[in-house]
Design a protein around this ligand. Structure first.
Ligand SMILES: [Zn+2]
Length: 336
């Protein structure tokens, strides 16, 4: 090799080294982000989180396994460091069954509420107990979860004493409420908790509730997102996880109005999965929420169209019924 070629080669090596360093730096700063994906799973919740330290978490799984399975598979996920069931309603736990069957789950976080009207929540808890090397945890309200040394993960609500529940509101209010905090940005994940819990945590945590992003409680129900609570949270962005044309009419116009009055830009999973990225500290970059569709204030003013489902009882009596006898019965009933 002549002298000239030697120098050229050394120059190339140096260029390659610089290129690799830049690439690694870019990759590590990308990793140092906190990424929160509000996954479009139809009616229900599923929130996938990538922590700066490289670990991950899934909060709820939606009402069926397919959407969350597809999302995680597309992301190349094989292992979940934490799976959280916020409360035992099927639009939160049903999708998690497929998750336990197809992914390696390392820990399971649960609330001590037993939905005695359903069997599915018990089945899921059995799956979690049978998952090799996976522990189940019931964090208390006020607990701090050590998931990433750079991210504060605080539990703001849970039922840590076993309760047997029939009533839907009670189950919702056992929701595990989590607040993440990273690089000056808070992310408040309300699950399905309603006004009662909003009032309680407002009294306890006061201005500590202030958060850049709010995962709106109970799919934008009118019984959540009270004005007083929102005045404490002061969300810049609000994410509503609900299905198109869901039977509950979520989100309700009253909740949307209150969120708008609080100054929040509203994003819907009905538009597709919404992605929130909190950059690493000292990068001087603002948090970014990017969904498949840009925020549209006009759209935010109007909740997605609600299909009216009206129960219509059978009008005609079946042929075998003696209509004359029925008429007589009706007449005697009217006379009474
Ligand atoms: Zn729900």
């Amino acid at each position: 090799m002549d002298h000239h070629a030697f120098h050229k080669k050394r120059g190339l090596a140096r260029e390659l080294a610089v290129f690799c360093a830049v690439f690694l730096l870019a990759a590590s700063s990308l990793r140092a982000q906190l990424n929160v994906y509000f996954v479009d799973v139809g009616q229900g919740d599923a929130i996938y989180i990538e922590f700066p330290n490289g670990t991950n978490a899934l909060i709820d799984g939606g009402s069926g396994g397919e959407p969350i399975y597809k999302f995680l598979t597309k992301k190349g996920v094989t292992k979940l460091d934490r799976v959280v069931l916020t409360h035992p309603h099927s639009d939160h736990y049903r999708g998690l069954k497929k998750v336990f069957n197809f992914f390696d789950v390392k820990s399971f976080y649960d609330t001590k509420a037993e939905n005695i009207n359903a069997q599915g929540d018990n089945n899921l808890r059995e799956l979690a107990a049978a998952e090799p090397g996976c522990g189940t945890y019931f964090p208390s309200s006020g607990a701090e979860l050590k998931w990433d040394s750079k991210v504060t993960v605080k539990v703001l609500n849970s039922c840590d004493e076993t309760v047997q529940i029939r009533d839907n509101d009670e189950t919702n209010n056992c929701s595990l409420v989590l607040r993440l905090y990273y690089n000056g940005a808070g992310i408040l994940l309300m699950a399905d908790s309603e006004a009662t819990i909003e009032n309680t945590i407002t009294k306890i945590f006061k201005s500590g509730l202030q958060s850049y992003a709010l995962k709106v409680g109970h799919h934008g129900s009118r019984y959540s997102s009270t004005g007083h609570f929102l005045s404490r949270v002061q969300p810049k962005v609000a994410i509503i996880s609900a299905g198109v044309n869901n039977v509950y009419g979520h989100p309700h116009a009253e909740a949307i109005e209150r969120l708008r009055a609080a100054g929040a830009k509203i994003y819907y999973t009905t538009n597709g999965t919404q992605n929130l990225h909190i950059p690493a500290p000292k990068m001087g970059v603002e948090p970014v929420l990017e969904g498949p569709l840009p925020y549209d204030p006009l759209e935010a003013a109007q909740p997605p169209a609600v299909k009216e489902l009206i129960y219509t009882p059978e009008v005609q009596a079946p042929a075998s019924v003696n209509t004359q006898a029925l008429d007589q019965l009706k007449q005697t009933a009217d006379a009474q």
